[in-house]
Design a binder for this molecule. Structure first.
Ligand code: AMP
Ligand code: ZN
Length: 503
């Protein structure tokens, strides 16, 4: 699949419109996604966002783009409402070194991503590994007049930025700046020195007891939370790059402030397309650690959540996510998980059935039947679903339509001769590509009984043997049959192809 063959449309949160995606450099995509704050275990809401971006990444790769996917690790500088760094707060709660906290939860995060089959990003930079670059950016913003120093801390001057750069601040989150400024009446605790409550910290002077601190020209302290993403995205992707993503709850203040910082430092917007995922809800409210309204992946996979009656596997969760478009709200219910489990198992069984369908090349007469055309239409429609802002719900619906065809063909309700062999081959490749490469699913049933490799190898061997038989190469065909018999596998040649059993 070459990039030029398909037109991709993305709902750009910055413009509020669905736009045709054209990367800055042909064939290359730079994508930055805000990663986790590693002071705690991730919950299923975080998993939804990271899985959504994994599918976006996988689809871009499938279309043939070379993608540099940067997803950071926030290991410093995320202030809580009472002004304390979340990492340090976590460290105090757990009586650990802050870096021990970061390490523990980074490992947990990676393990969860691995279980969910999310591909690792191309670069996973850490905020603490980019302190000199963050100090440099603060210097640039100060030089350009959009920040001021107060007692060793540096703050971004929001009102000045708005006055000199109309139409930028508030655009992403759709906030009216006057309201936004009026709303921010009180300064955050420990930041009473700011000129205006809407201003935000670029650098914070350390207070006694602060654990994660570095030297800077202004004080010994630590960077503000929003700064790391401005710095690390532009360091690895350039001042302006293609896609910036994150959960919708990050639009304000995090992403608005990020954009302001980038403009403040270089006079340009960082990303051309902003993608925001919608929230996973539980009991009708956003799944959130701070509100205590959450389920962790571990609780889900082991069945230890008091909110659920049993365990659900990582691939069932992934399938559950796939059933909704990333931009729609998804409310987690046990009923929904059960339905996803059933649908996922059915999909995997159908795919196995499809992959084992014999391809009867001998009867291929080169014509295209009505069934052929219907199958090809669904395949194209699944691609169109993905092209239309990565709509996995639409794509999955077409795969389900195709599942009925597979069952009808396998159970002879549609005679095998009514579907062209090349269409069956196309269907097999399409299912493998969508299920495993794009949707990132794994067949957990096959992994569980250890048959995955054997099934794959047998399908390959039988394909080679069918091709030999079509060429009337009986020598090769018999050689394969005898060699398999010696390994304890019997072949049975029938009208519709060959099946195998263990002796
Ligand atoms: P955090 O570690 O809190 O910075 O969150 C990591 C990512 O998960 C961010 O992109 C958040 O927007 C996202 N996120 C947090 N809660 C949810 C939720 N309930 N549903 C979907 N994404 C979420
Ligand atoms: Zn970020």
């Amino acid at each position: 699949m070459k990039t030029a063959q398909r037109t991709l449309r993305i709902s750009n949160t910055l413009s509020g419109k669905k736009e045709i995606f054209t990367p800055l450099h042909e064939g290359l995509v730079g994508m930055y996604v805000c990663g986790p704050t590693v002071y705690n275990n991730v919950h299923l809401g975080n998993c939804r966002t990271f899985t959504s971006f994994d599918i976006i990444y996988r689809y871009l790769l499938h279309l043939g783009y070379r993608v540099r996917y940067v997803r950071n690790i926030t290991d410093v500088g995320h202030l809580t409402d009472d002004g304390e760094d979340r990492m340090a707060q976590g460290a105090r709660l757990h009586k650990l070194e802050p870096m021990e906290v970061a390490q523990r939860y980074t490992l947990d995060f990676h393990e969860v991503m691995r279980m969910l089959n999310n591909l690792p990003p191309s670069i996973e930079p850490r905020a603490t590994g980019h302190i000199p670059e963050q100090i440099e950016m603060v210097q640039r913003i100060l030089e350009r007049g959009y920040a001021y120093e107060r007692n060793g801390s540096v703050y971004f001057n929001v009102r000045k930025f708005i006055a000199e750069n109309p139409g930028i601040y508030g655009r992403l989150s759709g906030r009216v700046v006057e309201e936004l400024i009026a709303e921010s009446r009180e300064n955050l605790k420990g930041q009473e020195e700011k000129d205006h409550p809407a201003d935000f910290a670029l650098w914070m002077k350390a207070r006694p007891g602060d654990l994660m601190i570095w030297k800077s020209p202004w004080s010994v302290g630590f960077p503000g939370w929003h700064l790391e993403c401005s710095v690390m995205s532009t360091k690895y992707l350039g001042q302006t790059f293609d896609i910036h993503g994150g959960g919708g709850d990050l639009k304000f203040p995090h992403h608005e402030n990020e954009i302001a910082q980038n403009y403040g430092a270089c006079g340009c917007s960082p990303a051309r397309y902003w993608i925001h995922t919608n929230m996973l809800q539980l009991n009708g409210a956003k799944m959130s650690k701070s509100e205590g309204n959450f389920i962790t992946p571990e609780q889900l996979f082991t069945g230890t959540s008091s909110l659920l009656s049993k365990a659900y596997s990582p691939m069932v969760l992934r399938y559950y996510f796939l059933q909704a478009h990333y931009a729609s709200v998804l409310d987690m219910t046990e009923e929904g998980l059960r339905a996803a489990e059933k649908a996922y198992n059915k999909m995997m069984e159908t795919n196995q059935l499809l992959q084992s369908l014999p391809v009867n090349t001998a009867t291929y007469d080169g014509s295209e039947s009505a069934h052929d055309r219907a199958i090809l239409r669904h395949i194209e429609a699944a691609y169109e679903g993905m092209d239309d802002d990565f709509n996995t719900a639409i794509a999955l619906a077409h795969l389900n339509e195709l599942c009925s065809y597979v069952h009808k063909i396998a159970h002879r309700q549609i005679p095998l001769d009514d579907v062209s062999p090349w269409v069956i081959e196309r269907l097999k490749t399409f299912f493998r590509a969508f299920l495993f490469d794009i949707f990132g699913l794994r067949d957990e049933r096959q992994h569980a009984n250890g048959n995955h490799l054997v099934e794959g190898l047998m399908a390959l061997i039988l394909d080679i043997r069918a091709a030999a038989r079509a060429q009337k190469d009986w020598n090769t065909s018999d050689k394969i049959r005898d060699a398999l018999a010696a390994l304890g596998i019997a072949l049975k040649d029938g009208k519709d192809g060959t099946t195998w059993t263990r002796l």
